[in-house]
Design a protein around this ligand. Structure first.
Ligand code: NAI
Ligand code: MG
Length: 493
């Protein structure tokens, strides 16, 4: 059976029938995981001064993959000093066309080693290999290619002005797109002539550490990128370091707030990409089956660990019953399981903590009156798993319509008129993204103009391109990543 046939003809049940895939696991031998990783400072892996290490596991089976160095304040300081030295002595003096060569090289090596990166990303974070192979890694390489192109053309990006680098950037990234977020942060910083200290998330440090090998292979001058692994405290030490010129953060709104406080009154420039509670709006004139696929992709993609996930489905009342019954059938056919299996649609939840958060919020949803519908797929016995879930009879006052769940959970609300759809879509403290499904151009253009969200997808969802700026309104943060807008966050005039 092909992937696009999974809907079955006329929604016939296919689970448990002859139409089952045989397991097709990707070989994990392609990637060599070291038992222990140091910190990447000044172009080489070094022991942490802290003397401490922590474990990173595979959330699909709780197997320990490696020990990773824990950077304390002194280690962070060492990394920032290396970045400052590299900035002053080497990187800020290189002409743009020379910086471009390094970025092109990094992009090409990433492509050459893409399978290795994809397997490691799935092992360390739990996402299906199909996502890491087809989305995360190609987009990460694309980001380096795109910014390589800008490195010697910054004067054209900002006509009539003379862009200068800011200096040293401290960057903190989350666990949902580990390599991609590293690329989003590092590529524009380097293209504009800055140097970097980056802290990966504690549950998913391994692809950022593999990226250090790529930097070595590409002969990137030592100190231009430094990677310090650790937890939130390591992140806090980095943000507080007095010798940073720029802080860039992607993660929770809660931590975003702490970071904003920590940099207030300093010279540090700040961009924050935080949470979301996107509305995916389906009008009665939409191509329904196409929309269902988009909705499924918008929320179950990457286990719903996506800040721009279409976690609120707003469906026009006249088609609500039809859409809900199609959704229920469709989630039964999502394949949940081994992230390394090429047929898997939904992988493991990233951590026990995240799983508990999802369970807690769904329980609150049910308590407040939402109706629960879950796939009855068989879940693996070890690791962290959550069934694809649809919550119906949700209203805007419900916790599940307001809080970011960050899991494979769709909350369904209904509306009657386009005005009401806009009102509900905007009734949130977030504003990162939105989706709209209709066959009327005028309708989606009007919706896109009125909805307060950084990205609005029309008749599609979760499409990314390095040339397209990404970022939020309200509590989803400020600043943009990608495109010329993203470059602007790394230059001064
Ligand atoms: P988090 O915001 O705590 O973690 C993100 C990064 O920030 C990690 O690298 C972490 O080590 C670091 N960090 C934590 N505390 C810090 C501090 N005080 N100063 C500097 N850096 C700090 O996110 P967490 O706890 O992993 O997830 C909690 C919730 O946040 C999720 O359930 C989800 O709702 C949301 N989230 C949103 C993301 C997004 O892409 N917008 C990504 C990850 C989580
Ligand atoms: Mg891990």
């Amino acid at each position: 059976m092909r992937r696009d046939d999974r809907n079955g003809q006329d929604g016939q049940a296919v689970q448990g029938s002859v139409w089952q895939y045989s397991p097709a696991p990707e070989a994990r031998e392609i990637v060599k995981i070291q038992p222990r990783y140091g910190l990447f400072i000044n172009g080489e892996f070094v022991e942490p001064r802290s003397g401490r290490y922590f474990e990173t596991i595979n959330p699909a089976n709780e197997e320990v993959l490696a020990e990773v160095a824990y950077a304390d304040a002194e280690d962070v300081d060492r990394a920032v000093r290396a970045a400052r030295h590299a900035y002053e002595q080497v990187w800020s003096k290189l002409p743009g066309k020379e910086r471009a060569k390094y970025l092109f090289r990094i992009a090409r090596i990433l492509q050459e080693r893409s399978r290795e990166f994809a397997v490691l990303e799935s092992l360390d974070g739990g996402k299906p290999i199909r996502e890491s192979r087809d989305v995360d890694i190609p987009l990460a390489a694309a980001h380096f290619f795109y910014h390589a192109g800008w490195a010697d053309k910054l004067a054209y990006a900002f006509p009539g002005r003379t862009p200068r680098p800011l200096g040293v950037a401290g960057q903190i990234i989350p666990w949902n797109f580990p390599l991609l977020m590293a690329a989003w942060k590092i590529a524009p910083a380097l293209a504009c002539g800055n140097t970097v200290v980056l802290k990966p998330a504690e549950t998913t440090p391994l692809t950022a550490l593999l990226l250090c090998e790529v930097f070595q292979q590409a002969d990137l001058p030592p100190g231009v990128v430094n990677i310090v692994t650790g937890d939130g405290q390591t992140g806090a030490w980095l943000v507080q370091h007095p010798d940073l010129d720029k802080v860039a953060f992607t993660g929770s709104t809660e931590v975003g707030r702490l970071i904003q406080k920590a940099v207030a009154g300093t010279r540090k420039r700040l961009t924050l990409e935080l949470g979301g509670k996107a509305a995916n709006v389906i009008f009665e004139d939409a191509a329904i089956d196409q929309a269902i696929e988009g909705i499924i992709n918008g929320i179950y993609f990457n286990q719903g660990h996506v800040c721009c996930a279409g976690s609120r489905l707003l469906v026009q009342e006249s088609i609500a019953d039809l859409v809900i019954s199609k959704l229920r059938r469709r989630i039964q056919r999502l394949r949940v399981g081994d992230p390394l299996d090429k047929n898997t649609d939904v992988g493991a939840i990233n951590s026990r903590r995240q799983l508990q958060k999802i369970e807690r919020l769904v329980a609150i949803g049910v308590q407040e009156g939402a109706e629960l519908y879950q796939s009855d797929c068989v879940l693996p016995s070890k690791g962290y798993w959550y069934r694809p879930t649809v919550l119906t009879k949700v209203s805007t006052a419900h916790t599940v319509a307001r809080e970011e769940i960050f899991g494979p959970v769709l909350s369904v609300l209904t509306f009657r008129t386009p005005d009401e759809a806009v009102q509900i879509a905007n009734n949130t403290r977030y504003g990162l993204s939105a989706g709209v499904w209709t066959n009327k151009g005028s309708k989606y253009l009007e919706f896109a103009a009125r909805v307060k969200a950084g990205v609005v997808w029309c008749n599609t969802y979760n499409k990314f391109d390095p040339a397209s700026p990404f970022g939020g309104y309200k509590e989803s943060g400020f600043g943009r990543e990608g495109g010329v807008h993203g470059l602007a966050a790394y230059v001064a005039f």
